[in-house]
Design a protein around this ligand. Structure first.
Ligand SMILES: [Zn+2]
Length: 218
């Protein structure tokens, strides 16, 4: 299959488009025919190289993926060839204490498709069925891929109700998950703190000013 990959870390010049091994479907997984993959800042960090992250090279990036199920593994129920899906890029063990509490994104062996394992900047991608979201025919694949990262967060799905007289800190003010969390959290008598990179750019100042306007402590 065709894929975009890199054999060494670096700038955009290390990216290649070429042939990569086909994913092989396994029990509990499907192979998705990728129709759209959104560019996430994570793709840039991984391509440049993240200290301590040892990748199997060549590496295929791409975490935010939408497409159509092309092949279904053994024992898969509820999903069929032709289903339109978005992919949750998080991989969790299902066995640790955080997973037992439904906090899969805090899993002690948490990994991300496109970061720790090969991603969806390719014609096809194998995905566990637990990582699939059905998407309606009315939602374009490009839009579904753009929303994929936001949708996997439990905070983003369910909001973050903060009781009175309690405080919380939401890091990375500009990310889509924290944006969603901020807008669903808080109540009278609660305190919300948030963080953002400090810089002199107009974008940094805009984020800080907006958070203060929303009542957050920076
Ligand atoms: Zn776990």
């Amino acid at each position: 299959m065709k894929a975009a990959f890199f054999r060494e870390h670096g700038g955009p010049e290390v990216l290649e488009i070429g042939e990569a091994p086909e994913p092989v479907v396994a029990a509990g997984t499907v192979v998705v025919s990728v129709r759209a993959v959104a560019l996430n800042h994570l793709d840039l960090w991984v391509r440049r190289g993240i200290p301590g992250l040892a990748l199997e090279l060549p590496h295929i990036g791409g975490s935010d993926v939408a497409g159509v199920i092309e092949e279904v593994g053994l024992d898969v129920k509820g999903w069929s060839v032709g289903d339109r899906v978005a992919v949750n890029p998080g991989l969790w063990c299902g066995e640790c204490d955080f997973c037992a509490r439904g906090e899969e994104s805090l899993c002690r062996s948490y990994r991300i498709i496109g970061e720790h394992v090969r991603g969806g900047a390719a014609e096809r991608l194998r995905v566990p069925t637990s990582n699939l979201y059905a998407i309606p025919a009315s939602l374009a694949f490009e839009e579904a891929a753009r929303r994929a990262r936001r949708s996997w967060s439990r905070v983003a799905r369910e909001g973050f109700p903060l009781p009175r007289f309690r405080s919380a800190c939401i890091s990375a003010r500009g990310s889509s998950c924290s944006l969603r969390a901020r807008r669903t959290s808080g109540s009278a008598g609660s305190w919300l703190h948030t963080t953002s990179s400090i810089g002199w750019s107009r974008d940094s100042r805009r984020k800080c000013d907006a958070s203060r306007t929303e009542g957050a402590w920076m």
